[in-house]
Design a protein around this ligand. Structure first.
Ligand code: NDP
Length: 335
């Protein structure tokens, strides 16, 4: 059993040496247990937070402990009445080939596209769907802007907003991601956050202002969005990835008073959320709705597959740099 453990807490951007690949015997299944064999491992931005011991909504991974992560596994051995050998399940078994489970928290997944349960039909898809609909409250004809637009969460936000009849504008890194958002995902426009004059370009494609801004990024992307927000705009605060590797606060001046002034005068509603903590009950219904939209072709999805467990650390580092084209997963073993 190969397992990747946290070797060191990163300062700033993680390094490959912050992870350590270990090998141990495959665990033996006992009464009431299943042995899971990992086929796909999800890589997600929150993993950067778990590598750090700064205060957060979830406890950090301890040094020497297996890195956490969502997985799609095959049941390799079973002494559990509900699970048979060969079944596909969604688990939280982390960065390793094999893990034991007592069945709690396992979810059976569709064998046609098992890996989709880590993305569009899983936690990231649910995040985009719920954050947009419950907190964003988009109305037909409104303008919805989403950052990290071509990624796992952002691509769902934009496509659901399009289904709800909104004008959809993405913000993404590079011309290829922007072209993908418009040509494949059906966004009305997408601007490159690396281009000069981001604020000017965003103003051009949001002539009626912004009614919903789905925040995945923070930093200079939010700076460009803020002046475009309409009165009574809603801002689901989902992630702030531009700061995850930061080691110190950004240079001054302090713009917090100006921000609070805008929030007050325009009566802007900002709300953070942590998907599985705030919406523990809607996942089943979401999977049905999203499954139907996928089947009917309303929702497009692409995966960015990293080959081999040993490449997971490098894969996470690249995800935080924006090197992924779509939902990043690791192929750990054969289907
Ligand atoms: P993505 O698939 O979107 O991949 C991350 C993307 O972030 C990169 O591809 C890159 O896109 C973008 N990015 C990275 N650094 C920067 C930067 N400095 N400036 C602008 N963009 C940057 O990841 P996910 O869809 O999984 O996650 C998106 C966000 O949602 C994250 O902030 C994550 O933490 C958050 N999240 C929150 C949850 C919650 O419950 N609140 C649950 C799940 C995710 P590009 O090249 O386009 O810049």
């Amino acid at each position: 059993n190969r397992r990747i453990v946290l070797a060191r807490r990163p300062q700033g951007e993680p390094l490959e040496t912050d992870f350590c690949l270990e090998t141990e015997a495959v665990p033996q299944v006992g009464p009431g247990q299943v042995l899971l064999r990992t086929v796909y491992l999800s890589l997600d931005p929150y993993m950067r937070g778990r590598m750090s011991d700064a205060p957060s909504y979830a406890k950090p991974v301890a040094l020497g402990e297996v890195m956490v992560g969502g997985t799609v596994c095959r049941v390799a051995a079973s002494q559990h009445p509900d699970y048979a050998v060969g079944e596909w399940v969604l688990a939280q078994s982390g960065w390793q080939d094999y893990a034991l489970s007592d069945g709690r928290g396992l979810l059976r997944v569709d064998a046609r596209h098992p890996s989709y349960s880590l993305g569009v039909l899983g936690m990231p898809g649910y995040t985009g769907y719920m954050g947009l609909l419950d907190i964003g409250q988009p109305k037909p004809g409104e303008t919805v802007v989403v950052a990290a637009a071509s990624g796992a969460v952002g691509s769902v936000v934009g496509q659901v907003a399009r289904i709800k009849g909104c004008r959809v504008v993405g913000i993404a890194g590079g011309v290829d991601k922007c072209r993908y958002a418009v040509e494949e995902l059906g966004f009305d426009a997408c601007v490159d956050h690396r281009a000069a004059d981001l604020a000017g370009r965003l103003a051009e494609v949001t002539p009626d202002g912004i009614d919903v801004y789905f925040e995945n990024v923070g930093g200079k992307v939010f700076d460009a969005v803020l002046p475009r927000l309409n009165p009574r705009a809603r801002v689901p605060v989902c992630g702030l990835i531009s700061a995850y590797n930061a080691t110190e606060p950004p240079a001054g001046p302090d713009r917090l008073p100006a921000l609070m002034g805008v929030v007050l005068r325009k009566r802007i509603r900002m709300q953070g959320f942590i998907i599985m903590q705030d919406y523990p009950d809607g996942f089943g219904e979401f999977r049905q709705t999203m499954g139907a939209w996928l089947e009917q072709g309303y929702i497009k999805y692409r995966e960015d597959v990293v080959e081999g467990l040993e490449a997971a650390g490098r894969g996470l580092i690249g995800l935080l740099r924006g090197e992924n084209a779509g939902k990043r997963i690791v192929r750990v073993g054969d289907e």
